[in-house]
Structure formats: C-alpha cells, structure tokens
Design a protein around this ligand. Structure first.
Ligand code: NAP
Length: 305
C-alpha cells in the first residue's frame, strides 16, 4: 500500500507531493494530461512571489522535477473511480488499481465552453482553449479571444504579438482581470475590445472563417470574418466520480475549507477543485502544503507500521 496517492499534477498536487515526501511519506501522483495544470498555458507568470516573467511551461517543468527529485512518483494515467469506504483508500486508474493510506484530490478544473453553435464542430480547426498551444497556427491572421478574466487578457496579450488583429469579446462592460493586464491590452493598436457581446455562432467550411456576434445592449448581430476563436471563460470542476462520497457545493467544487479536510477520514482536497475565493498559483501551493500536512498527521495517528 502507498502512503499518499495524489490525484492531479498541477501546483496543488505537486506541492502536496513535495511536502509529503519531505515528511518521509511515499507519494504517487496521477496525472491524465501533462504536469503543471492550467498554468502550463500561461506565457508569463508575474504574480508568484519571487518569480517574475517565468513561462508557465518552465515553471511547471521545474515543479515536476522538484517533486521527482524528492522521490515522488508521477504516473500519467487517468483516475476513473474511487472507493474511500475502507481504511485502505482505493483509487482505480487506467494504469491499474491502487491503495493508499491517504488520498489528496488536487484535480483542478476543466475549461468552460461557450456552448454556442459551431464551437464543438470547429474545436481543433479554429476553436481553441489555449493560445500558447495553438496561437502559432494563426500567425498573421485575425483571431478573437472570449472572456474578461485573467486568462482572456493573457491570451489577448500573447496573440497580439503574433496575430494581425485580435478581437477581445466580453459579455459585460467591465473586466475581472488585474488592472495592469487590462491597461496593457487596451494600449495595443491591433486589439479591438467588443464589450456587451456574445458569440452566437462560429461559422466555416473546413475551418473557422467567421463568427456571428450579438450585441447584448441593442440586440443587433454582425458577422465578423476571422480565423480562430480562443475561448478563455473560466473553469468548471470535474468532480463527478466523487459525487455522493465527498461533499460538493452547488457549483460542483469540493465543499472544503482552507484546512483541506473533506469529512471523509484520510481524504483531503487541494487547489482549484475546492470552493475558494481566489484561484491562483499561490493559493494552490498553499493548499498542497496544508493537505499534505493534514495527510501526514492522519497517517501518523492511524497507521503504526
Ligand atoms: P474567470 O476569472 O472565471 O473569468 C471568466 C471570464 O469569462 C469572466 O469574464 C466571465 O464573465 C466570462 N464568462 C464566463 N462564462 C461565460 C460564458 N458562458 N460566455 C461568455 N463569457 C463567459 O476565468 P479565467 O480568466 O480563466 O481564470 C480562472 C482562474 O484562474 C481565476 O481564478 C483566475 O484568477 C486564475 N488565473 C490567474 C492568472 C494569473 O494570476 N496570472 C492567469 C490565469 C488565470 P463574467 O464576469 O460576466 O462572469
């Protein structure tokens, strides 16, 4: 049996692995995509203490290496089911079934979709959820970014450097991104901000060629020719396999506080997957440390071997 199984290799999960290993416990991390989580898409990190201008990818790789150097095992496999009813916590994955003394769920959250006509049809053919991954395909072209939060402004900033023109489309008339990010984007000559606007349809033949945009103020619609739509409208939790086992809030996030406890002995949650006010690297790292510390205390009390 493993000491701690950690589900998710983002900042919360890998920080939990670092703290768990340093507490003398063997940690196995399961990750279905790549290490780093959401931040891997960020071109530059400016708000993590002591780190300025490091790319999300470089940060993710450094964190991944740090956890491994301390002895954590990282397996690239999807967790498909759990059984937390016994003292040995069971985790079922695409790489097999495992047991641990404690589990930390740090599975982050998935990208939210617009839900408009054409979005699903053109995913991978002009509809993207990651500018740093796909932006280069649209070098010199006209593109749109949807959203008004940190991600939308980061994506717009990045795309404005490589694309001919970027429309930033937001459904309201005010933004939630940091003022420095907003001010920087508003200064860009090749960025046009379209507020109070929603995409009704993404159109094209083989690939995206235009969008139909509706102005929520006056109800008018217009067709705008472009080559890509980058959707950056936030996250949604993906906690279905825990329903009925761990308490979720009305939005599907784990209903756990900063102590990262779940009400299920030996099971802890960390990072964006739990309800919280501020979803940032620094709060994810904080959760990872708190969850690992709680797991270590639990194991010391409940396992004498
Ligand atoms: P977010 O902060 O939740 O913002 C989502 C944006 O998309 C909001 O402007 C929202 O508009 C809009 N939106 C939501 N649903 C929509 C829909 N169906 N159609 C059109 N627009 C929609 O999401 P995020 O920017 O992806 O960030 C996610 C989390 O990561 C946040 O906690 C953020 O702070 C964090 N993050 C931090 C950094 C950084 O610090 N460098 C970078 C990236 C992300 P309304 O305002 O109208 O709801």
């Amino acid at each position: 049996m493993k000491d701690i199984i950690i589900i998710g290799a983002g900042t919360a999960g890998l920080t939990a692995a670092i703290y768990g290993q340093r507490a003398g416990l063997s940690c196995t991390v399961f990750e279905k995509y790549a290490p780093g989580g959401q931040i891997v898409n960020s071109p530059s990190i400016e708000n993590y203490p002591g780190m300025y201008g490091v790319s999300g990818y470089d940060y993710s790789m450094a964190l991944f290496e740090q956890a491994q150097k301390l002895g954590a095992e990282v397996q690239f496999a999807e967790v498909t089911g759990i059984d937390f009813s016994g003292k040995a916590k069971k985790v079922f994955t695409t790489a097999g079934d495992f047991e641990a003394k404690a589990v930390i769920v740090a599975n982050g959250a998935a990208r939210r979709k617009i839900g408009c006509k054409g979005e699903e049809e053109f995913e991978g053919r002009g509809v993207s959820y990651c500018a740093t991954c796909d932006g280069n395909f649209f070098r010199g072209k006209t593109v749109a970014v949807v959203g008004g939060g940190e991600s939308a402004f980061e994506e717009t900033e990045y795309l404005s450097e490589i694309c001919d023109k970027v429309y930033l489309i937001h459904r309201r008339d005010s933004f939630t991104a940091a003022k420095t990010a907003v001010d920087s984007v508003l200064k860009k000559k090749n960025v046009t901000v379209l507020k109070n606007s929603v995409i009704e349809e993404i159109k094209g033949a083989n690939a995206v060629s235009s969008i139909v945009l509706k102005n929520r103020g006056n109800g008018s619609s217009a067709e705008i020719p472009l080559s890509a739509v980058f959707v950056a409208i936030g996250l949604i939790p993906d906690n279905k396999i825990y329903e009925g086992v761990l308490k979720l809030d009305e939005r599907g996030y784990f209903d756990s506080g900063e102590d990262c406890l779940t009400g299920c002995e030996g099971v802890f949650v960390a990072g964006d997957t739990r309800k919280k006010v501020l979803r940032q690297l620094v709060t994810a790292a904080s959760d990872g440390a708190a969850a690992a510390n709680a797991a270590a205390n639990y194991i010391r009390k409940n396992f004498n071997d």
